[in-house]
Write a protein that binds this ligand. Structure first.
Ligand code: UDP
Length: 243
């Protein structure tokens, strides 16, 4: 058992799927409300500064799935727009749960959100507003994992918390297929890259490695787990420079 980690500022990465609830696609308001309540309670009861990156796979995914035969960049831009819808849904639920929030988008859409401005994002965090980064990095051929990694580096976050659906950490093989699959408690970035473990895409892992940002991979299917991960308890798998 490693000792409890002390995070001051975190980036929480939620997949789009996390907002979908039972039906597996779209935005489920009840699910969003549950997630928002947990995050709001965490924000209210601690000094933790929370930034959120939410994916878009519940609505549209550029590369794999939705884009059959479509121009890649166009499909990716549609994916970025999907993340904006998710960001607004999450913002609404968080504010209803009683916390101040700002959405900042990497593609300017000033009628509905602030543009991404690094120093402003940091200021919001210092004022205890939850900042949601929408529209990914605003560039095709990237992902919301890359967004989490780059934004975490920019705002000098202490860790990225990767909240997963249907997975409670990183395994040496797929536990759904192999009942003998072994879960790792700790891994190095190099382990993840060389063994091609499914934590985040390789570009994002490399960014975290270069900037020494720990990644905590854990299940959000267990209520209270976002809080446990944010409080630095041992949930799931931690990826960092040294074990
Ligand atoms: N996307 C992109 N650039 C970015 C962020 C996202 O092109 O900087 C697109 C990409 O097509 C991706 C989609 O947005 O497939 C939705 O994001 P992602 O698949 O990462 O969401 P998740 O799997 O976490 O729900």
């Amino acid at each position: 058992m490693s000792k409890k980690r002390d995070f001051k500022r975190i980036v929480l990465k939620l997949s789009g799927e996390a907002l979908a609830g039972e039906q597996g696609y779209g935005i489920n308001p009840v699910t969003v409300e549950e997630i928002a309540k947990e995050i709001a309670a965490l924000a209210k009861s601690t000094d933790l500064e929370i930034a959120i990156v939410v994916g878009g796979g519940n609505l549209w995914r550029g590369l794999a799935g939705s884009n059959k035969g479509m121009d890649r960049a166009t499909a990716d831009y549609m994916g970025m727009l999907a993340t904006v819808m998710n960001s607004l849904a999450l913002q609404d639920a968080l504010e209803q749960a009683g916390v101040d929030t700002r959405v900042q988008t990497a593609i300017v859409m000033q009628e509905i959100a602030e543009p991404y401005i690094r120093r402003r994002a940091i200021r919001h965090l210092e004022k205890k507003r939850i900042v949601i980064f929408g529209a990914g990095l605003g560039k095709p051929y990237f992902s919301t994992d890359t967004t989490a990694a780059l934004r975490a580096a920019e705002i000098e976050a202490d860790a990225i918390l990767m909240a997963k659906k249907f997975a409670d950490g990183v395994y040496d093989s797929d536990p759904k297929i192999n009942p003998e699959a072994k879960k790792f408690e700790e891994l190095t970035y190099m382990d993840v890259i060389s063994r091609e473990l499914k934590v985040m895409d390789a570009t994002s892992t490399t960014l975290c490695k270069d900037n020494d940002i720990p990644i905590v991979v854990f299940s959000m299917d267990i209520p209270g787990n976002i809080t446990r991960a944010a409080m630095g308890e041992d949930v799931g798998t931690i990826v960092r420079g040294e074990k």
